[in-house]
Ligand binder design. Structure first.
Ligand code: ZN
Length: 396
């Protein structure tokens, strides 16, 4: 398994044919009328019916054998540190296992699990830049880890955030994991960041671990972050009534995570639907905080929202793909021309009582993954973390 960026993106022409169902990641049109994809140099060039596309002289051909295909899943919320190691769980290979769960892009919510992490401005800047640059050069199983998410502290002036932006940092870590947590302080930081062009995310709910902070609905409403991180708690949730208020009044994206409160995730879904804000709902895991590393965490959230939440399964996939890409300006998450060739081949699990993938998800069965492609390169065959997919592709 290649572990470095030098191994991608793919060179040449990739053809995927015999796709049984093509999910787009786009809520406006979650299912595409297509059974084939052409990618060139790791990016999608054409999508359509095989008869209408130029499928000749491919360098690599994948026969989906009728398997459905989804865009690579995006984990909107996780806490990487360095390498494919999490000190929180003292576990190796957790990102590679996430790829086995269909995740091709991960967004850091802060490298806060680094033992002895610095909290002075110079240390925080150095850590963010180092984490970001390391993951630009290191891609476990091809995963794209968008890291470098510095955590704000009370003694940071505006110049700290300006310097972070100048150093190439794109977003800050969860407000609330450091000493900046409450309304006015948080608002000062989100205001600066908005002016400077840094994306802001804000922890919501009880402290994730002794020493971090409680953030309530009033703090979130005063700060108005770009992303209301784990509105269902990380893992301790705010009250259901407060979740409903945030779904109506918080202007940022509404994120639900696997390592949060599952009942609260369903309350948030219902409130977001009532407010006409499904396009603002994002899925993350918060791994490895709260409940540890669960490679199928994103798939499990999709299944939870579709089965217990009643969301049509093809829409549930959009919350972990196109929604995250659009709300967070990521180059990922959609099966559309020009986007990276990040594909998850997945199907109903073998011996599911459902007739197909979408029915399986709506019944609460975790799908099986048969292959994951990132930037046009095959990165896994049959998943090591899902049940076996009913159909799985082959490479010709
Ligand atoms: Zn959090």
């Amino acid at each position: 398994m290649a572990h470095d960026v030098a191994a991608g993106p793919a060179k040449g022409k990739l053809v995927v044919r015999n796709i049984g169902l093509l999910l787009s990641g786009d809520l406006a049109r979650p299912i595409l009328d297509a059974d084939a994809i052409v990618a060139v140099d790791g990016r999608i060039k054409a999508i359509g019916r095989a008869a209408d596309l130029d499928l000749d002289s491919a360098d690599v051909t994948i026969d989906a054998k009728g398997s459905p295909v989804s865009p690579g899943l995006i984990d909107s919320h996780c806490h990487p540190v360095f390498g494919d190691w999490t000190p929180r769980q003292n576990q190796l290979g957790w990102i590679e296992m996430g790829v086995n769960g269909g995740v091709t892009t991960l967004v850091s919510a802060g490298e806060v699990h680094l033992p002895g992490r610095p909290k002075d401005a110079i240390g925080v800047k150095a850590l963010a830049v180092t984490a970001q640059r390391c993951f630009q050069n290191f891609r476990p199983a091809g995963a794209k880890v968008i890291a470098g998410a510095p955590v704000a502290e009370l003694d940071f002036g505006r110049e700290v955030f300006e310097e972070l932006k100048a150093l190439g940092i794109r977003h800050i870590g969860e407000i609330g994991l450091g000493t900046v947590a409450k309304g006015q302080d948080a608002k000062r930081v989100t205001t600066w960041c908005r002016e400077i062009g840094l994306e802001t995310i804000m922890h919501t709910g009880g402290p994730s671990i002794a020493g971090s902070h409680f953030v309530n609905k009033d703090d979130v409403l005063e700060a108005q972050p770009d992303v209301v991180s784990h509105i269902n708690g990380g893992p301790t949730s705010i009250a259901h009534a407060d979740i409903r208020v945030l779904c109506e009044q918080a202007r940022g994206a509404l994120e639900v995570v696997h390592n949060g409160n599952e009942k609260s995730a369903l309350v948030a879904l219902e409130a977001a639907l009532a407010a006409g804000r499904l396009a603002d709902v994002l899925i993350g895991t918060d791994a490895p905080a709260g409940s540890g590393v669960q490679p199928n965490g994103v798939l499990r959230m999709i299944t939870l929202l579709a089965s217990l939440g009643g969301l049509p399964a093809e829409q549930a996939f959009c919350l972990a793909t196109g929604n995250v890409a659009r709300k967070r300006s990521l180059d990922a998450g959609l099966i559309a021309e020009g986007y990276p060739a990040d594909f998850v081949f997945l199907d109903k699990p073998q011996h599911s009582s459902a007739k197909d993938l979408l029915e399986a998800v709506s019944l609460g069965d975790i799908p099986g993954i048969g292959m994951v492609v990132i930037d046009g390169l095959v990165r896994t065959g049959r998943s090591r973390s899902t049940p076996p997919a009913n159909t799985a592709p082959t490479v010709g």
